[in-house]
Design a protein around this ligand. Structure first.
Ligand code: PMP
Ligand code: GLU
Length: 396
């Protein structure tokens, strides 16, 4: 009998960390690997935010905070949601957590019973399906392809809903596809969901600011679904604060109280110094962060041009986030240097071992024909990575 619970045995390791650890181990062994695995901005935290953290330490913010976060931080989040998203949330509707990851699991723990279905448009972020498994739910996938920029339609959504559906969970801008839903597309989705008010929409908007010119719309801004939506966001991507571990949810009051209850038994309030620093971050004008977006966009354009020359890669131009998600079906079923490529994970491993470039296979994102590259890396690394992949694949 396994000492590990059935629940945990059902869970897979996060593929993003599996591949980044592999790349790190190879580097430690002296191999010159370029890792485009983990999605995290490579910028430093802006000075104002760091200063607020120093101040918080000096001002002795060293005790437990309220479970859902300091009131001042929840007020700053409330002001941000109004300023950027035209959303009205009172601080009592907001729960600050140890990253958006925890915000999502809080919501799932709060609403999912055994056997409940959660609709995941594929590709989805790796942790969604695994979190659904942990809480005893069943994921129902809606397939998409590169030809529709990996986006679902309202009709597809309508068909996927059953009497067991409890939630719809997606990210827009999307990790891994780099697509985002337009106002019209989201309105059509909202209209379908409004017919099912007992189904919760979990809208992960963590890449909100990393958008190259398009309008970011939160589905919660459609009044017909406000009462059934949980908005997820956080500090990791917009402010390059992945290690500071601050995320948040904004929900109808009943759901916010449930998140508070879950978190109060699991982890308590998030790190106090990081919370104080997050207040300073949220009070910055978004234009102060534009330099990161401008840089990401330059890198995206560079990689897009270089990827066009890579044999067997079918790629669209991602309009947001910092990922490329090329379709590599050309290589599936082939044997390269003695390695049989059954799916995109085999291909990602092949590239790591043969081109010394790390990426993440699409199987755990629900797209076994695609691979994900993060372009949150320097221009030199990106150029060299694409050169290595091209040279490696030109042989076949
Ligand atoms: N959602 C998506 C779509 C993500 O890509 C990430 C990446 N880490 C998260 C949530 C979790 O972010 P956090 O660092 O705030 O936990
Ligand atoms: N969200 C990032 C990614 O997808 C960080 C890793 C993780 O949290 O899984 O690479």
């Amino acid at each position: 009998m396994s000492k590990i619970s059935d629940r945990l045995n059902r869970l897979s390791y996060s593929q993003t960390f599996v591949m980044s650890n592999k790349a790190r181990d190879m580097k430690a062994a002296g191999i010159d690997v370029i890792s485009l695995t983990l999605g995290e901005p490579d910028f430093d935290v802006p000075q104002k935010i760091k200063q607020a953290a120093f101040d918080a330490i000096n001002e002795n913010y060293s005790h437990y905070s309220p479970v859902p976060g300091f009131l001042e931080l929840r007020q700053a989040i409330s002001a941000k949601l109004k300023r950027d998203n035209d959303l009205d949330y009172k601080p009592t509707q907001i729960c600050v957590s140890n990253g958006a990851k925890q915000s999502i699991i809080n919501v799932l723990l709060a609403i999912i019973n055994d056997g409940d279905e959660v609709i995941l448009p594929a590709p989805y972020w790796v942790s969604y399906d695994e979190m659904v498994k942990v809480v005893g739910g069943t994921s129902v996938f809606i397939e998409t392809s590169i030809d529709t920029e990996f986006k679902i339609t309202a009709e597809q959504l309508e068909k996927a809903i059953t009497p067991k559906t409890k939630a719809l969970l997606y990210s827009s801008p999307c990790n891994p596809s780099g697509s985002y839903y337009t106002r019209e597309e989201l309105e059509a989705i909202a209209n379908v969901m409004a017919k099912h008010p007992d189904i919760t929409i979990i809208s992960d908007e963590i890449y909100e600011f990393i958008n190259y010119g398009g309008e970011h719309v939160s589905i919660a801004s459609f009044p017909q679904v406000y009462e059934q939506t949980a908005v997820i966001n956080g500090m990791s991507k917009a402010f390059a604060m992945t290690g500071w571990r601050i995320g948040y949810s904004a929900c109808p009051t009943w759901l916010a109280s449930a998140c508070d209850k879950v978190q109060g038994q699991m982890t308590s309030g998030a790190n106090t110094v990081a919370q104080r620093a997050s207040i300073a971050a949220l009070q910055m004008d978004p234009s102060e962060l534009q330099y990161m977006i401008t840089e990401f966009e330059k890198r995206r354009d560079l990689v897009f041009e270089l990827m066009k020359d890579i044999k067997g890669f079918k790629c669209n131009l991602p309009k947001s986030a910092f990922y490329f998600f090329p379709d590599i079906s050309y290589y599936l079923g082939k044997t390269l240097n003695g390695t049989e490529i059954k799916n995109a994970d085999d291909f990602a491993m092949f590239l790591l071992e043969n081109a010394h470039v790390g990426c993440v296979g699409g199987v755990s994102f629900g797209s076994p024909e695609c691979i994900r590259f993060s372009y949150a890396a320097s221009e030199e690394e990106l150029k060299e990575a694409m050169r290595r992949i091209k040279d490696c694949l030109d042989q076949f």
